[in-house]
Write a protein that binds this ligand. Structure first.
Ligand SMILES: Nc1nc2c(ncn2[C@@H]2O[C@H](COP(=O)(O)OP(=O)(O)OP(=O)(O)O)[C@@H](O)[C@H]2O)c(=O)[nH]1
Length: 484
C-alpha cells in the first residue's frame, strides 16, 4: 500500500485523531475507548476472532492496559491513509512497540495496526480495528522465510519463554508471538517454479507441499489472483530494467483452494540474488486476509450501495457522473441523466406496509437495470426516486436526445407493467399482491463540462417535476433554454 501524505483537511483531521489515539494507547489511558463507535468490531492481536461487542472491546483494552500499566513507547515507522468513501477513512500504521522491559523482543518486531474511521454525526469514530503481527525482523531487515523453519520455531519457543518470564501470559501478546505459524512461507526459483512451501499451506488451501513444489507460482491463484501476480511481476521487471532493486513487494490476491473455494492472501515477496546481483529466485510469506477483505468489502458496500436494492447510492452516482463528464470532454460525446420517480407509490405502503413497498422498489430496480447497457448506471437516489445515467451517446445533440428518449420510453413502459409482488408469510405460506404504478421521468442531455454535476442533477430533477405536473406516467426533457 503506498503511503500517502494527508492531502485534505479531512485527512489532517484523521491523522490528528490517530495520533491522539496512539498517544492514549501509549499512555495506557482508557479514554481512547471514547473513539469507539457503537457498532465497533475488531481483531485483537492479529487473532482470527472478530470481536463485535463494543463493551467486550473496552474490557479487552482495559485488561491490556492493566497488564502493562506503565507507559509504553510507540516508534512509528510508516503510516498510510486510504479514503474508502467520503465518510470512511482507513489508516494503517506500522510501528515498533517498546514495553517497559529492556530489550524486549517485541521492540524488534514491526506491528501493523489498521483503524477504520467513520464520520458519525459531527465526530469521527472508529468502527473497526485490527492489530497484526510483525512481518519483518527489523534487526536484519529480513522476513522469517529467510530463516529455516526449525530455527524459527526454536526462536519462537525462546521468545515465548522470555515472554513468560517477564510478563504474565496474556492471550493477545501470546498470539502476537506465535500466530505466524499460520503464515505460509515459500520459495520459488527465477522461473517462478515453487521450490519450497511450508506445511501451513495445507491448513490454508488443502494442498500437501509435494502437490505444490515444482509447480508454477500462478497455480496457487485463481484467474483474478494470477492477473494480480502478473502485474506485480511486470512492475518488478520494469523496475529491474530501470536499475531499481525492489525490496519487499506486497500485494493482495485471491488464492485457489483444493476444495474449490477461494481465500484471499496478502503476499510479501522478495528477490534472492547471487553475488553479481542476478536474481536467482524469490521467497516470501503469505497470510490469509479473507475476513479482513470481507470487512473492507462490507465497508465499501455500505458506503457506496443502497442496502435495499443493491444499486449504487447517491455518492457512487456522483463519482460516476464525474467520470462520465470527463469521458464526455475527452471524446466529445453526449451523456444523459434521468430522474425516475414512481407515481402513486405511497398508497401501496399505506395499504400493505413498507415491506411490500420494498418488494416493489426491488422489482423496479431490476426492471430499470434491464433497460440499460452494462456501462450505464442505475442508482437509487432515495425513497421511490431513481437516477439513470447514460454515457457515450452521440456527438450530435439531436441524435443523443433521440437515443435518450428511446431509453426513457422503454423505462416508462417497463415500469408501468403490472407488478406481482410475492409475500412470504409465517410457515412459508405465500400470497401475491398485484399493483399498478407508473413513473414520471425527467431527462437532461449534457455534453462535456458545460454544466456542473449539481446543475445536471438539478435540471433532470426539475424536468421530472414537470412530468409529474403534466399528469404523471410522462417523460419531460429539460432544454438548455429553460435554464432559468
Ligand atoms: N417501502 C418503502 N417505502 C419508502 C422507502 N423510502 C421512502 N419510502 C416511501 O416512499 C413514499 C414516497 O413518497 P412520494 O414520492 O410522495 O409518494 P408517491 O405516492 O409516489 O407520490 P408521487 O411521487 O407524487 O406520485 C413515501 O411514502 C415514503 O415513506 C423505502 O425504503 N421503502
Amino acid at each position: 500500500m503506498a503511503s500517502i501524505m494527508p492531502s485534505s483537511d479531512r485527512q489532517l483531521k484523521i491523522r490528528a485523531l490517530f495520533d491522539e489515539y496512539i498517544e492514549l494507547y501509549a499512555a495506557r489511558d482508557d479514554r481512547l475507548t471514547t473513539f469507539f463507535s457503537e457498532d465497533f468490531c475488531g481483531y485483537t492481536g492479529g487473532g482470527s476472532v472478530l470481536v463485535t461487542d463494543r463493551d467486550e472491546w473496552v474490557r479487552i483494552t482495559r485488561q491490556d492496559f492493566a497488564e502493562v500499566p506503565e507507559r509504553i513507547r510507540i516508534e512509528m515507522r510508516d503510516i498510510s491513509m486510504q479514503d474508502l468513501s467520503e465518510h470512511v477513512v482507513s489508516v494503517t500504521a506500522f510501528f515498533n512497540i517498546h514495553l517497559p522491559v529492556p530489550d524486549h523482543v517485541l521492540a524488534r518486531e514491526v506491528a501493523r495496526l489498521t483503524l477504520i474511521f467513520r464520520l458519525e454525526g459531527e465526530s469521527w469514530k472508529i468502527v473497526h480495528s485490527g492489530i497484526s503481527i510483525p512481518y519483518h525482523l527489523v534487526l536484519d531487515g529480513e522476513v522469517y522465510p529467510l530463516k529455516n523453519l526449525q530455527e524459527r520455531n526454536r526462536e519462537l519457543e525462546a521468545l515465548v519463554e522470555e515472554r513468560t518470564r517477564t510478563l504474565n501470559e496474556r492471550e493477545s501478546f501470546y498470539r502476537l508471538l506465535t500466530e505466524d505459524a499460520m503464515d505460509v512461507i515459500w520459495r520459488a526459483d527465477s522461473e517462478l517454479r515453487i521450490t519450497y512451501i511450508s506445511p501451513s499451506d495445507e491448513r490454508l488451501r488443502g494442498y500437501k507441499s509435494d502437490e505444490v513444489v515444482g509447480h508454477h507460482v500462478l497455480e496457487l491463484f485463481n484467474e483474478e489472483g494470477a492477473a494480480i501476480v502478473m502485474e506485480a511481476w511486470r512492475k518488478r521487471q520494469e523496475a529491474e530494467r530501470a536499475g531499481n532493486r525492489l525490496g519487499f513487494v506486497s500485494f493482495e490476491a485471491p488464492h485457489r483452494c483444493k476444495n474449490g473455494s477461494v481465500i484471499w492472501g496478502e503476499v510479501f515477496s522478495k528477490a534472492m540474488r547471487d553475488e553479481s546481483g542476478k536474481i536467482t529466485g524469490y521467497h516470501g510469506i503469505t497470510r490469509e486476509i479473507t475476513t479482513r477483505k470481507q470487512m473492507q468489502d462490507q465497508v465499501r458496500q455500505l458506503a457506496f450501495y443502497d442496502t435495499l436494492t443493491q444499486l449504487p447510492n447517491r455518492r457512487l452516482l456522483s463519482d460516476r457522473l464525474s467520470q462520465v463528464l470527463a469521458a464526455s470532454k475527452r471524446f466529445g460525446r453526449h451523456g444523459a441523466l434521468m430522474f425516475v420517480d414512481l407515481d402513486n407509490f405511497k398508497p401501496l405502503n399505506d395499504k400493505y406496509g413498507h415491506f411490500v413497498g420494498d418488494l416493489l422498489l426491488v422489482e423496479a430496480a431490476n426492471r430499470l437495470k434491464a433497460c440499460v447497457r452494462e456501462m450505464d448506471t442505475v442508482a437509487r437516489f432515495g425513497g421511490d426516486e431513481f437516477v439513470v445515467m447514460l454515457g457515450e451517446l452521440d456527438a450530435d445533440r439531436t441524435k443523443s436526445i433521440a437515443q435518450a428518449m428511446a431509453v426513457a420510453e422503454k423505462i416508462r413502459l417497463r415500469l408501468s407493467a403490472t407488478y406481482h409482488l410475492n409475500i412470504v408469510h409465517e410457515r412459508m405460506a405465500e400470497s401475491s399482491v398485484e399493483h399498478h404504478c407508473s413513473a414520471s421521468i425527467g431527462v437532461f442531455v449534457f455534453l462535456d463540462h458545460e454544466d456542473s454535476p449539481d446543475d445536471i442533477l438539478k435540471w433532470a430533477d426539475k424536468a421530472m417535476y414537470q412530468a409529474k405536473a403534466a399528469g404523471r406516467n410522462t417523460i419531460r426533457f429539460h432544454e438548455a433554454d429553460d435554464a432559468a
